[in-house]
Design a protein around this ligand. Structure first.
Ligand SMILES: [Zn+2]
Length: 492
């Protein structure tokens, strides 16, 4: 009787876990995409001292949002314009999200220094380069909340009243923005920023497909018209991130994080850089307009940035050693528990290994670029591992006939729970998991929290249901020899 009650309580606890974890996952995703992260210092960039760019009367910056390197290199105008100046290979840092990258571009501070890691509307614009330039103008094709956050004297489109993320009069703006951008470029304004969005929009819609290429061609056409409107100015042609093949960005992948750019026009030599940081580009813009960067900026003068390249992944923030050690300790504890619990090979958590393997094989490595990790229901992910839950149920069902309840539960769930705890630790996500307004955004691990938490929820549910079924059958007096279930209960 006591055993039955214990089994019943265990089953209820497991089912409660299965019920709670998916909502905890949604809390984490919301935190990652809504709040700022805890700030930290990035490592210093290599190089010494040298001259920066000279000041120039008119600086023009065009940023094609979401333009990947391989696509930029196919664009005829981009190629001609950039070939005449200094071509840059730029690491935009992490996360590869538009607003955080553009805040880095206009402040000279990385995403880790500003803590800005998500797209959101700002109540007060940043104090960066544009706020130091009287008469600075920014024009965006759409998603105007980005340019409105950057501190330009004039930033359009305006927001819809009361809705800071939404642009006013979207339809009308769509027909006007390019004309206004051309006017701004032709004006005597010392700094003009034109933010082209259609390439990113196409990337999110269908990945790097034909439509994406058409959008890139359109943007390339605008680029030519803009530059021809004031060929005597100094031009920065930039991108803020690429896209993964199927569409999406945000993660640390090189093809998303490394983009093309160039500086051309007034006073710029024909040259080609190795990898430089996005903050080096800030420094070049600041020098062009006579602005100064925040003293905390690690940005280097142009000549130094060109002479000393970054390592391929130097801009990816490293995991702190202490956090890594704690995560490893948690995993070791999980492994210890499982060696105690598992007395038969088939009681090991094979379902979990199979679930992880299936996810990797079918959907690939989860990163902050893969749209599946943000979906509230996570269907793209769990459809893949649902069949493996039958393994968890079978192992539990048969295990209960061979060994104790505790050993069975530990065998099935200790490693998955330890893996979940380790990933939440490395992502710095414990406070966010319990509702804190802080974004747990770190390379690699943040993305893994999404599938692992859901996987553990499903595993707990499967084991809990199998325990419950076992108790129920015993209650109906069907003791007797062990028998496999006649039909496997449906996976959730
Ligand atoms: Zn985007």
């Amino acid at each position: 009787m006591r055993q039955k009650i214990a089994a019943l309580v265990a089953a209820l606890v497991l089912c409660a876990l299965a019920w709670w974890l998916p909502s905890m996952r949604r809390t984490l995703i919301r935190a990652m995409t809504t709040y700022d992260a805890v700030t930290s210092e990035p490592p210093a960039l290599p190089g010494g001292t040298g001259p920066g760019l000279t000041r120039t009367p008119r600086t023009r910056v065009v940023l094609i949002d979401g333009l990947a390197t391989e696509t930029a290199l196919q664009l005829p105008n981009w190629k001609v314009l950039c070939f005449a100046g200094t071509t840059l290979e730029i690491d935009v840092g992490f996360p590869t999200v538009s607003l955080p990258v553009e805040v880095a571009l206009w402040t000279g501070l990385t995403q880790q220094q500003t803590g800005v890691v998500a797209n959101r509307a700002f109540d007060t614009p940043i104090k960066g380069i544009p706020s130091q330039v009287p008469g600075s103008i920014a024009i965006a094709e759409n998603h105007g909340y980005i340019v409105r956050a950057l501190g330009f004297a004039k930033a359009e489109p305006e927001a819809e009243p009361g809705k800071p993320m939404k642009d006013a009069n979207e339809k009308a703006w769509d027909t006007q923005w390019l004309t206004l951008a051309l006017e701004a470029v032709r004006s005597s304004a010392p700094l003009v920023f034109v933010h082209i969005l259609r390439v990113d929009v196409a990337g999110h819609k269908g990945g790097m497909d034909a439509e994406y290429n058409i959008a890139a061609r359109d943007a390339d056409g605008f680029l030519d018209r803009l530059v021809q409107s004031d060929p005597g100015a100094r031009w920065f042609l930039l991108s803020d991130h690429g896209h993964i093949e199927g569409g999406g960005h945000g993660g640390e992948e090189r093809e998303v994080r490394h983009v093309q750019g160039c500086v051309t026009g007034a006073g710029i030599q024909r040259e080609k850089s190795g990898l430089v940081s996005i903050v080096d580009v800030s420094r070049a813009i600041a020098d062009s307009v006579g602005a100064t960067l925040d003293p905390a900026s690690h940005a280097r003068p142009f000549s130094v940035a060109l002479a000393t390249n970054l390592g391929e992944d130097q801009a990816v923030p490293a995991l702190s050693i202490g956090t890594g050690m704690i995560a490893i300790l948690i995993l070791v504890l999980g492994l210890g528990a499982v060696t105690w619990g598992v007395r038969r090979w088939w009681l090991a958590p094979w379902w979990f290994l199979a679930a992880c393997g299936a996810l990797l094989a079918v959907r690939g490595v989860p990163t902050l670029s893969t749209p599946m990790i943000y979906k509230p229901e996570g269907r793209d992910m769990w459809m893949v591992w649902a069949p493996t839950l039958i393994l968890a149920m079978l192992a539990t069902w048969l295990g209960l006939r061979k060994t104790t309840l505790l050993r069975v539960i530990v065998g099935q769930l200790a490693i998955p729970l330890a893996a979940m705890a380790a990933v939440i630790t490395t992502a710095g996500a414990w406070s966010a998991a319990f509702g804190a307004d802080v974004a747990p955004v770190v390379p690699h691990f943040s993305a893994w929290t999404s599938p692992i938490v859901l996987m553990v929820a499903h595993g707990a549910g499967a084991v809990g249901l199998a325990v419950l079924a076992s108790v129920a059958l015993q209650a109906f007096g069907r003791r007797g020899p062990p028998e496999p279930p006649r039909t496997a209960p449906a996976a959730e």
